[in-house]
Design a protein around this ligand. Structure first.
Ligand code: SAM
Length: 299
């Protein structure tokens, strides 16, 4: 999978060289490249933001810089952005003193991150691969639909993901609109009901959730089969225990020591159902009855 990330802080993604993500790059499963958006600017201050049209606090990421950058990374022909819309002032360098993170010209090089480096109601794996052979452009956005395990599963079949990290008050809304109008598969996702300073952490979260589902990524592929939010009847997982059988006077449930796999599985399934009903009743409400067995219904 080829992954391009555009950010004003590409250094954030150096952590992708660590742990399983680093190994996946070394194996050639992933090719991750973090680009500095400021490399597509033309002014001396490398401006990527401007004041909000209509007024308001903060700064908004400008469409022209994103346009040049995304056209190039998506292999589209470059468009001319020189004509301002009526009533809207042409480009200014207004952000020079107002951005929360001005970056010096010396800091505008792309950070190459060690280059080269699927039941739940979604379409079948072969369909997903076919659908996602074209690049998918993803913008993290707190006011977008929530990113879920289902999205991660689908996107783990993509050949090319391109992430755009927002900063300041966010990016100009015409950017995703334009690329949709050009036939690009554009997604906007929130990672939770809270606001972060920028999209870098959100991209890292999505990327980890997506890539760990790629065939060959995990040393033991079984470890992603039975997990929270996974499979047809997506539930929260049962509790996990390891040895010793008693720790600080707290014993693991006896049934787990019984060696009776049928009883262990039933116990775990009941616990998963009970925990999900208590913590995430919305997941129980969304359960397809076909995913429930007779004993589940009693639980
Ligand atoms: N003004 C925006 C709002 O109120 O919705 C918040 C902008 S936020 C400070 C800057 C950038 O951080 C966003 O454009 C987005 O890329 C990223 N971001 C912040 N919180 C996020 C979240 N919960 N999920 C995904 N991205 C987030």
């Amino acid at each position: 999978m080829k992954i391009d990330i555009v950010s004003v802080f590409p250094e954030y993604f150096e952590v992708m060289n660590l742990s399983l993500m680093g190994k996946a790059q070394a194996k050639g499963l992933l090719e991750i490249k973090a680009h500095n958006l400021r490399d597509w600017t033309h002014d001396v201050h490398h401006s990527v933001d401007d004041t909000p049209v209509g007024g308001g606090a903060g700064m908004v990421m400008k469409p022209e810089v994103w346009g040049e950058c995304l056209d190039e990374l998506l292999g589209l022909s470059q468009q001319s952005d020189s004509v301002p819309a009526p009533g809207i002032a042409a480009d200014s360098d207004a952000d020079t003193n107002q951005s929360d993170d001005p970056v010096s010209a010396a800091n505008t090089q792309s950070a190459s991150v060690n280059v080269p480096v699927s039941s739940d109601g979604s379409p079948a794996e072969s369909d997903m691969s076919a659908q996602l052979s074209a690049p998918v452009l993803i913008f993290p956005n707190p006011s977008a639909p929530l990113f879920t395990q289902r999205d991660a599963t689908e996107l783990s079949h993509a050949k090319h993901l391109l992430f755009g990290c927002g900063r300041y008050e966010g990016y100009d809304a015409r950017i995703p609109d334009y690329y949709r109008s050009q036939g690009i598969d554009v997604r906007e996702y929130s990672i939770g009901d809270y606001v972060l300073n920028g999209g870098e952490v959100a991209v890292s979260v999505m990327l980890e959730a997506i890539t760990r589902l790629m065939p060959g990524f995990m040393g033991n592929p079984d470890s992603i089969v039975e997990e929270s939010y996974t499979g047809e009847g997506a539930l929260l997982e049962h509790h996990q225990y390891t040895k010793p059988a008693v720790w600080r006077d707290i014993a693991v449930p006896n049934v787990l020591l019984s060696g009776d796999h049928g009883k262990v599985n039933r116990y775990r399934r009941d616990e998963a159902l009970a925990r999900t009903a208590e913590i995430r009743p919305d997941l129980i409400a969304a359960l397809d009855c076909k995913a429930l067995d007779k004993a589940d219904r009693k639980t």
